[in-house]
Design a protein around this ligand. Structure first.
Ligand code: 3HC
Length: 284
């Protein structure tokens, strides 16, 4: 199957990054979000990130204009998704919301359309279960923030995902300049099963007074050559997103080793979500 047109659902950090890389790689993109303000902000972010690439001579001004011209925005799923060959869902990490969207997608898209989720931890098999008649077309396509920079796409098959669907997504990821890596369907896949316990443990270090956020991050940057310390990274990802993923791990494995640190829960309750709210472990 030749993919030329995709829909991306959700215009947040991941959604706008995903729309950016598809458009830059020559695909037509329908970016869908219920909130027009989010769509406008997403287009402004994509424009800014493409301009940054122009300034660094990675792409030309006309490449940038061409990429932007390939993106259209929509506030309803039907008009944005009914004529595409692939949908990448990138809404919040909320199973009920994803269920609602997948059910609608199964109704409005053609039987051939692949339904991919950028979920960072929710089981692909469980998501496919809500659209049983289409489950062989459901797959995990997990991108990393900042999407235009990070090379990885973690590709996850559900129990029923067909080999053909997998091959299309593997080849497509390469066309986007990414490296697809296959992992089996399990809570948090590989990326977040390894990353989130590290971030949670870094938060416990602050909670127990072992070190300040700055010093925890210095240890990991200078001692382990991480580009960002775990607490800076947690702010960058969003503390609410980190908490959601830890809860999926905690529930999915029924194992207390994934218990979210009480300090993380408190910060999310206080609305200190990191970069996006101007304050997390650091102030922005
Ligand atoms: N769009 C386009 N280009 C961007 C960009 C963006 N949004 N953000 C950064 N860049 C480019 C810069 O232009 C720069 O390009 P250059 O190498 O040609 O000069 C390059 O990326 C590096 O950026 P900076 O020089 O501004 O800053 P840094 O060197 O500090 O790098 C970083 C920034 C790439 C974010 C780096 O700190 C990093 O790799 N951090 C770790 C990020 C990470 O771990 N992401 C995964 C999060 S987990 C996730 O997403 C999964 C989810 O499920 C939770």
């Amino acid at each position: 199957m030749e993919i030329t047109k995709v829909a991306v659902i959700g215009a947040g950090t991941m959604g706008n990054g995903i729309a950016h890389v598809f458009a830059q790689s020559g695909f037509k993109v329908n970016l869908i979000d219920v909130n027009q303000g989010s769509l406008d902000r997403a287009l402004a972010t994509i424009d800014k990130n493409l301009s940054r690439m122009v300034a660094k001579d990675k792409i030309s001004e006309s490449d940038k204009d061409a990429a932007l011209s390939r993106i259209q925005t929509f506030t309803d799923i039907k008009s944005g998704a009914d004529s595409v060959q692939l949908v990448v869902e990138a809404v919040n990490e909320n199973f009920d919301l994803k269920t609602k969207i997948f059910k609608e997608l199964a109704e409005v898209t053609s039987e051939e359309t692949i339904l991919a989720s950028n979920t960072s931890s929710i089981s692909i098999t469980k998501l496919a279960g809500v659209v049983k008649e289409r489950s062989e077309k459901v797959i995990g396509m997990h991108f990393f923030n900042p999407v235009p920079v990070m090379k990885l796409v973690e590709v996850v098959n559900g129990l029923d995902t067909s080999d053909e669907t997998y091959e299309v997504i593997e080849n497509l990821s390469k066309k986007l300049g990414k490296t697809p890596v296959y992992v089996n369907d399990a809570p948090g896949f590989v990326s977040n099963r390894v990353l989130m316990p590290m971030i949670n443990e870094a938060i416990f270090c602050v909670y127990e007074g072992v070190a300040t956020p700055e010093n925890v991050d210095e240890v990991m940057k200078l001692g382990m050559a991480h580009p960002m310390g775990p607490l800076r990274l947690a702010d960058f990802i969003g503390l609410d997103v980190c908490l959601d993923i830890l809860r999926v791990l905690y529930d999915g494995f029924a194992d207390p080793k994934y218990r979210p640190c009480p300090l993380l829960v408190k910060m999310v309750d206080a609305g200190k979500l990191g970069d996006k709210t101007g304050e997390g472990f650091y102030k922005y």
